[in-house]
Design a protein around this ligand. Structure first.
Ligand code: ASP
Length: 607
């Protein structure tokens, strides 16, 4: 028998027992004729004491870090107890030991604070996984999936597996392609999600489905994206949006209860997409802190009905007067910012990723006076009018951006997050959930001058807007003014779940009628034949009694990383890819043998 106990098991009550342990040598400390060894396994660390009589044997068979050993011995109370260790009251006085396997010196230390860089740790991921911090992450991931499975099981969901070798499913990314040897010249695609399968399962009558499943998207990898990632994928029949929101609101709360022992009692706030964009400049607002945006453009128009028209109107500050929108952000208690700091913020908004021309600031001094970068145009009274409109108080700093509506809103949203970062508002111990609803159904794609599905083409419009979709020609005559097209107004029956400013889930009520689905494909610029060729199987299924249905999918990796308080999803994946989509341990992707290419009748043409 290799072991009677694990390295995390023994306590003071086990003193005087004869036991056997197996594990990895974490550290060796020699004191004269005796040696202490910390023995580690998945469950913990136990201190071993090799007495004087074993030293000759140890000298003949020296131990090294990460050797796998087995020891037999006697549990005794420790003289110097270690309160940080669960087994810290005892040690094992070794009577016999056996080296089960030796180990090379590991390329980095197997400790919480390791000296190994990212690449090295990924190359030797099996060693990295021995570290306690990484193990804790995988344990958290397992706790989450267990909680999900328990909850969904109690709610009568059934987990059904769906295939990986399929035909393309459009979810907005490129497919990974797999050549078929048996069907020459033909290819499978790996699923971007099981979307169409879960809908077919609804047609089959499995009214509550889920699957914890790998999805594959061949995207240009932005930081912290993985080409293969895991979703908690769900679908329900005979439901409306409200049913889905309630079911999954309870699921996420259950996860928090099960894995963090946290009671998230208040109902999850719901916010329309439109509101989110105006108040936060982003469709996944971080609502752990306020700092809402204020649109103050009306101040610079000659409208007598608005708060301070006479004061501001007529002010000749062309940047604001000519801008489509002017957005204010109040950074609390930042009125002390120096010139250097405000210059730095100006540079920040001018970066190409943000793309603004500049930044106007107003400091609200503690004594009630104001100092701004536009003092030339605005006297104290006018600055005060602006400050009051955006709710700034003495000591605050007002940051103003002006320009095209969409761009300015977005930039202001980014600036809000940047200020929150600087102000340490993004505390990983606080969790704030939010539903975003009422998304636009379509998005305008200027490169092809047509509509694209904001979520995916299976998402239903709001019931009352179905007619708008059926009765209007989708083509866009006037690209400049695409917002005037009736399609721009159509809202989707779609929803996202946001956690601390990250989209952790998203889904929709689906189209379940063939004619509407056909119309959707046409609206997206697909010919009837093309739609039939790609999605005939789904539209045919809709003709055999498809129930109303809808669903949602959660990104498991991201959910784990947020709940685990880490920025990186890689920390929560056992064998992740790096930022270029490579597995550096396997060295994949890699070339294949000529023989394999031949079998597939494929040829690499070179660059
Ligand atoms: N399949 C969708 C996605 O992966 C989720 C859904 O609509 O259920 O984003």
């Amino acid at each position: 028998m290799y072991r009677t106990h694990t390295c995390g098991h023994l306590r003071i009550t086990d003193v005087n027992r004869i036991i056997t342990l197996s594990g990895w040598v974490q550290t060796i400390r020699k004191f004269g004729a005796i040696s202490f060894v910390d023995l580690r396994d998945r469950y913990g660390i136990t201190q071993l004491l090799f007495g004087e009589e074993l030293q000759p044997l140890l000298d003949g068979h020296p131990l090294g870090r990460e050797f796998v050993i087995q020891v037999k011995g006697f549990v005794q109370e420790r003289e110097n107890k270690n309160a940080h260790l669960a087994t810290g009251d005892i040690e094992v006085l070794v009577s016999e030991f056996d080296i089960l396997n030796t180990a090379l010196v590991p390329p980095f230390t197997i400790q919480d604070d390791t000296d190994g860089g990212d690449d090295l740790r990924m190359k030797y991921r099996y060693l990295d996984l021995r570290r306690n911090v990484v193990k804790k992450n995988l344990e958290l991931r397992y706790a989450i999936t267990r909680s999900v499975r328990n909850y969904l099981h109690e709610q009568s969901f059934i987990e059904v597996e769906t295939p990986f070798l399929i035909k393309s499913t459009p979810e907005g990314a490129r497919d990974f392609i797999v050549p078929s040897r048996m069907n020459e010249g033909q290819f499978y695609a790996l699923p971007q999600s099981p979307q169409t399968f879960k809908q077919l399962l609804m047609v089959s009558g499995y009214d509550r489905y889920f699957q914890i499943v790998k999805c594959f998207r061949d995207e240009d990898l932005r930081a912290d994206r993985q080409p293969e990632f895991t979703q908690i994928d769900c679908e329900m029949s005979f439901v409306e949006q409200e049913d889905i929101l309630n079911t999954f609101e309870n699921m996420i709360k259950r996860i928090f209860k099960d894995v963090k022992n946290l009671d998230y009692e208040e109902p999850i706030e719901r916010m329309s997409w439109e509101d989110a964009m105006w108040r936060f400049g982003i469709d996944k607002p971080d609502t752990r802190f306020d700092m809402e945006l204020t649109n103050i453009k009306t101040l610079f128009q000659n409208s007598k009905s608005k708060s301070y028209p006479e004061l501001i109107a007529g002010t000749d500050f062309p940047v604001f007067n000519q801008a489509e929108t002017v957005i204010a952000l109040v950074a609390p208690e930042c009125g002390f910012y120096t010139r250097k700091q405000t210059d730095e913020l100006t540079e920040w908004v001018k970066r190409p990723q943000i793309g603004m021309q500049g930044l106007v600031y107003i400091k609200c001094n503690a004594d009630g006076s104001y100092k701004s970068s536009v003092d030339k145009y605005f006297d104290e009274e006018k600055l005060q009018a602006i400050a009051e409109t955006c709710g700034a108080r003495a000591g605050d700093l007002i940051l103003l951006l002006a320009g095209k509506e969409e761009k300015t809103r977005k930039a202001a949203g980014e600036l809000r997050l940047e200020m929150a970062r600087r102000l340490n508002f993004r505390n990983t111990e606080t969790f704030k959930l939010l539903w975003i609803i009422d998304f636009p159904l379509f998005e305008y794609d200027d490169s092809s001058n047509r509509w694209v599905a904001r979520h995916h083409p299976f998402t239903a419009p709001k019931k009352e807007q179905i007619a708008v979709m059926l009765n209007n020609d989708p083509s866009i005559k006037n690209a400049e003014n695409y917002l005037a097209h009736p399609f721009a107004e159509i809202k989707a029956n779609a929803y996202d779940l946001v956690l601390n400013g990250n989209e952790v889930g998203g889904g929709s009520i689906r189209i379940f009628q063939k004619d509407l689905q056909e119309k959707m494909f046409t609206a997206l610029g697909m010919s009837k034949e093309d739609a039939m060729q790609k999605f005939g199987f789904l539209m045919n299924a809709f003709e055999y009694g498809a129930p109303p249905h809808g669903g949602i999918a959660f990104g498991l990796d991201r959910l784990c990383s947020i709940i685990g308080g880490s920025e990186s999803i890689r920390d929560f994946i056992a064998f992740p890819k790096n930022n270029s989509g490579r597995d550096v341990m396997l060295d994949a992707p890699s070339t294949i043998e000529d023989e394999q290419l031949k079998e597939l009748n494929l040829q690499w043409r070179g660059k």
